[in-house]
Design a protein around this ligand. Structure first.
Ligand code: ADP
Ligand code: ADP
Length: 233
C-alpha cells in the first residue's frame, strides 16, 4: 500500500519556490492499477517521482507498506528502489547495450545478485515479455512495442512490488498500446504488482485502471473508481 499524507513539493528555482504539488492525501491499495490523469504541468510526474523518491517532498510523509520512506538514507534508498520499477515514455534504454544487458542492468547495479541468478532471471524476463530470441539484439533493432517490452522486463528485474509508468504508451501506436496494456494487466493479475500509471489517454484509463485521480494545478481535483469518475460513452 502506498500512502501520501499531506505530501507537498515545491521546486526551488533561483530564489523562487515553484509549487508543483499542493498538500495531498492519497492511498493506493496493494495490487490495484491506479491511473493519474491531467493536463501537462498538473503535477503528475512530481507525484510519481515522490513515490519512488526521485524527489523528496518539501512537506508531509510518503508511506509504503506502512513504513515512512521519506527520510531514508542512501543504503535504505537503494534497497527501496528495488521495490519500485519504473517505465518511461521514451523507454530510456541504453543504446550501446544488448536487450539482455539492458534487462540485467538494474540487477548488476544492485550488486547483490550472482551471475547465474542474473542469467536465469534475464531469460525468464525475456520469455515473460515474449522476446526470448531477441536478447542479443540492440534496442535500435527493435520496434517501439518491443522496446517498451524491454523497458517492462528491466523494470521487473529486481522483483519490485510496485510498477510506476510515466506515459508508458504515449509514444506507441494504438495497436502496440493495446499489447503493452495487455502485458501490464497480466503482470498486475499474475504477479500481483501494484501499478501506478500516468497517462493523458482516457482509453488507457478505461482499459486497465481500477481507480483514477484527476490532477489540475498541483492538486487532485477528483478521484475514485474509473466508472464513477468517467461516464462511459
Ligand atoms: P505533469 O507531469 O503533470 O506535466 P509536473 O509534475 O512535471 O507536471 O510539473 C508540475 C509543475 O512543476 C509544473 O509547473 C512544472 O513546470 C514544475 N516543475 C516540474 N519539475 C520541475 C523542476 N525540476 N524544476 C522546476 N519546476 C519543475
Ligand atoms: P557482461 O556484461 O557480464 O559481460 P553480457 O553483456 O553478455 O554480460 O550480458 C549481460 C547479462 O545478461 C549477463 O548477466 C548475461 O548472463 C545475461 N545474458 C546475456 N545474453 C543473454 C541471453 N540471450 N539470455 C539470457 N541472459 C543473457
Amino acid at each position: 500500500m502506498i500512502e501520501l499524507d499531506q505530501v507537498q513539493k515545491s521546486y526551488q528555482v533561483g530564489d523562487r519556490a515553484i509549487p508543483a504539488l499542493k498538500p495531498t492525501d492519497l492511498t493506493i491499495d496493494t495490487g490495484e492499477v491506479f491511473g493519474i490523469v491531467g493536463h501537462s504541468g498538473a503535477g503528475k510526474s512530481t507525484l510519481v517521482r515522490l513515490i519512488n523518491l526521485l524527489e523528496r517532498p518539501t512537506g508531509g510523509r510518503v508511506l509504503v507498506d506502512g513504513e515512512n520512506v521519506t527520510h531514508y538514507d542512501a543504503a535504505e534508498l537503494r534497497a527501496f528502489r528495488r521495490k519500485v520499477g519504473m517505465i518511461f515514455q521514451h523507454f530510456n534504454l541504453l543504446s550501446s547495450r544488448t536487450v539482455a544487458d539492458n534487462i540485467a542492468f538494474p540487477m548488476k547495479l544492485a550488486g547483490i545478485y550472482s551471475k547465474a541468478e542474473i542469467r536465469s532471471r534475464v531469460a525468464e524476463l525475456l520469455a515473460l515479455v515474449s522476446l526470448t530470441d531477441q536478447g542479443n539484439k540492440y534496442p535500435s533493432q527493435l520496434s517501439g512495442g518491443q522496446k517498451q517490452r524491454v523497458g517492462v522486463a528491466r523494470a521487473l528485474a529486481c522483483r519490485p512490488t510496485i510498477l510506476l509508468c510515466d506515459e508508458a504508451t504515449s509514444a506507441l501506436d494504438p495497436q502496440t498500446t493495446q499489447s503493452v496494456l495487455r502485458l501490464l494487466a497480466e503482470i498486475n493479475r499474475e504477479l500481483g504488482l501494484t501499478i501506478v500509471l500516468i497517462t493523458h489517454e482516457m482509453d488507457v484509463v478505461r482499459r486497465i485502471c481500477d481507480r483514477v485521480a484527476v490532477m489540475d494545478g498541483g492538486e487532485i481535483v477528483e478521484s475514485g473508481p474509473v466508472t464513477d469518475v468517467f461516464l462511459h460513452p
